[in-house]
Design a protein around this ligand. Structure first.
Ligand SMILES: *[C@@H]1O[C@H](CO)[C@@H](O)[C@H](O)[C@H]1NC(C)=O
Ligand SMILES: *[C@@H]1O[C@H](CO)[C@@H](O)[C@H](O)[C@H]1NC(C)=O
Ligand SMILES: *[C@@H]1O[C@H](CO)[C@@H](O)[C@H](O)[C@H]1NC(C)=O
Ligand SMILES: *[C@@H]1O[C@H](CO)[C@@H](O)[C@H](O)[C@H]1NC(C)=O
Ligand SMILES: *[C@@H]1O[C@H](CO)[C@@H](O)[C@H](O)[C@H]1NC(C)=O
Ligand SMILES: *[C@@H]1O[C@H](CO)[C@@H](O)[C@H](O)[C@H]1NC(C)=O
Length: 489
């Protein structure tokens, strides 16, 4: 038996060596120090020379569609020799529109293309064989034209007529976000089947899936349960009780928004921005019993204090190092792993982020508790973060191809990487050496279950600027009574 195992091991080793020795004729290297790749993974730079590549996806013929911000949508075929040995084939401009800047998605049949500018969402009839997009149509307008400009799009796979659109704030601390009617700092859902004729939705016609979300650029649907998760870029330059706490606070967030199938428990929750932000570093004035992931008030909070932050708002499901700027989240097909791209910080003395990380999921939820500081485990990182952003890659868009290879854009360098697992064994989450956190000890909180997930019914004294929280309750009740998920006028 032992002999057999030894023989298997040797054969496996030989196979692995063979694969390594088989050199790839087109391997490219970056102009900056090569990325550090976690154990169990391999990565290769495969495309360069693009202009600010942001979100990407694969069409039904295996071509990559890339949003080049300020250019349009580019169709790229791949020369694929397997594994990470991939090169760029032919490049075609699919949509020539300089206003397109981030969002893109395709219908499940692969024949309708969606993309967004700062103020509008468009669709086209897409032909993957001819590589053409025709019949442009405006679906949504009326989005803000100041501040955060990306509008992430996500078509649900579970409810194929539902399009989610995320809109961030117009300022760092934006008071408009306290009024639900503004549409600021929200994710809204739109039923495309109801868009008949030439009708166009105003963004504020959409149903609120979540609000109080400063700028939730990454939005994803867990593939098994259909749960909607987003990753948020939280506030800069924050002070509390007169003390500058911005280096390690507030934490970036992963929030949960419930399901699109009519189970309304968490949908329409307010997640606290701008008054309440998540604790990352616990070295802040009057931290009291708060730990990682609890929401605190800060010097620019009007009308709320720490107690109201806990009572009224839904806390993040996970919190990440401050200012790391998560921009995309993609689940593997069986929902055991969520990959998150961290674009990297500007509002920090020590640059942080600038990496692709992975988060373990089980049964539709992260396996780590809300208070974890180690949930995001680095997969692809820059060698010398202190050289960032200048001499580094900056992760943005993620997409799996049909072979479960993960593709990642870097907008600042105009590049695309491919990332593969080198072994089917293991969880896909490398053992974390504490690398994702630069905090010392003293931060290990207990289990989950902080805050209040049903803010509208606490009976707390509600400050006037949050009166529309009460509206949520009314809207929810109405749409449930009507038996309809969407209140479309
Ligand atoms: C690129 O286009 C040429 C000419 O149409 C075609 O022969 C070739 O197969 C294409 N290459 C790829 C990788 O799509
Ligand atoms: C969208 O609706 C808002 C109010 O909800 C309104 O101020 C704005 O003018 C509308 N935009 C368009 C393009 O209709
Ligand atoms: C979308 O609208 C259509 C037409 O009104 C309706 O049949 C369908 O159930 C709606 N989808 C959802 C998920 O509510
Ligand atoms: C919606 O999906 C969730 C997760 O899969 C499930 O627990 C729930 O029962 C579903 N609700 C309905 C009304 O089908
Ligand atoms: C945290 O402390 C505050 C103020 O002392 C108290 O009101 C609250 O109940 C405490 N929360 C928990 C979960 O212990
Ligand atoms: C889920 O898929 C991954 C590959 O992405 C695989 O390694 C893992 O074993 C699968 N897990 C389950 C529970 O199916």
């Amino acid at each position: 038996m032992a002999n057999l195992i030894r023989r298997f091991t040797i054969v496996a080793l030989l196979l692995a060596l063979g694969a390594d020795a088989q050199s790839c004729s087109r391997s490219m290297s970056p102009s900056y120090p090569a990325p550090v790749v976690a154990e169990g993974y391999a990565a290769q730079l495969i495309i360069s020379g693009l202009t600010k590549p942001r979100s990407i996806l694969f069409d039904t013929k295996g071509a990559l569609l890339v949003v080049e911000s300020g250019v349009g949508i580019t169709h790229i075929t791949l020369q694929d020799d397997g594994n990470t040995c991939i090169g760029m084939g032919n490049t075609t401009t699919l949509v020539d529109n300089k206003e397109l800047n981030h969002g893109i998605d395709l219908s499940q049949d692969g024949k309708t293309l969606y993309a967004s500018t700062e103020s509008e969402v468009f669709s086209w009839t897409y032909d993957p064989v001819a590589a053409t997009a025709s019949n442009p149509r405006t679906l949504i307008n009326g989005m803000s034209t100041s501040g955060h400009s990306t509008r992430t799009l996500l078509l649900s796979k579970k409810q194929p007529d539902i399009l989610l659109v995320s809109q961030g704030s117009a300022a760092n601390i934006d008071p408009q976000a306290t009024d639900m009617r503004t549409g600021i700092s929200q994710i809204r859902s739109f039923n495309l089947t109801e868009l008949k004729g030439k009708r166009i939705y105003n963004y504020t016609d959409g149903t609120v899936l979540g609000w109080g979300l400063r700028n939730s650029v990454g939005v994803a649907e867990e593939p098994i349960t259909g749960g909607i998760f987003s990753v948020e870029n939280s506030a800069d330059q924050v002070t509390r009780k007169g003390v500058d706490i911005h280096e390690n606070n507030p934490g970036e967030e992963m929030n949960f928004h419930g399901f699109l199938n009519g189970t309304m428990t968490i949908q329409s929750a307010n997640h606290g921005y701008p008054g309440c932000l998540a604790v990352w570093g616990t070295d802040i004035p009057d931290v009291g019993n708060m730990t990682v992931g609890w929401q605190f008030s800060h010097d620019a909070s009007s009308d709320v204090n720490d107690d109201l932050c806990m009572l009224m708002f839904t806390p993040p499901r996970l919190t990440f190092q401050a200012h790391t700027a998560p921009l995309d989240i993609k689940f593997n097909p069986n929902g055991t792993l969520a990959y998150v791209s961290f674009h990297g910080s500007w509002n920090r003395d020590d640059p942080a982020g600038y990496m692709l990380s992975v988060i373990a999921f089980a049964n539709g939820e992260p396996t780590e508790p809300r208070t974890s500081i180690t949930a995001a485990v680095p997969i692809l990182s820059n060698q010398d973060p202190s050289a960032c952003p200048g001499n580094c890659f900056r992760p943005v868009g993620l997409a799996f191809d049909s072979q479960e290879r993960l593709f990642m854009t870097s907008d600042s360098t105009g590049e695309i990487y491919v990332v593969v697992r080198t072994s089917a064994d293991g969880s896909g989450v490398p053992s974390n050496n504490g690398g994702s956190s630069d905090q010392g000890g003293g931060n290990n909180g207990g289990g989950g279950g902080i805050g209040n997930e049903n803010a509208a019914t606490t009976g707390a004294v509600v400050p006037r600027s949050y009166e529309s929280l009460l509206l949520v309750g009314v809207t929810l009740t109405l749409s449930l009574v009507g038996g309809a998920f969407f209140a479309v006028g």
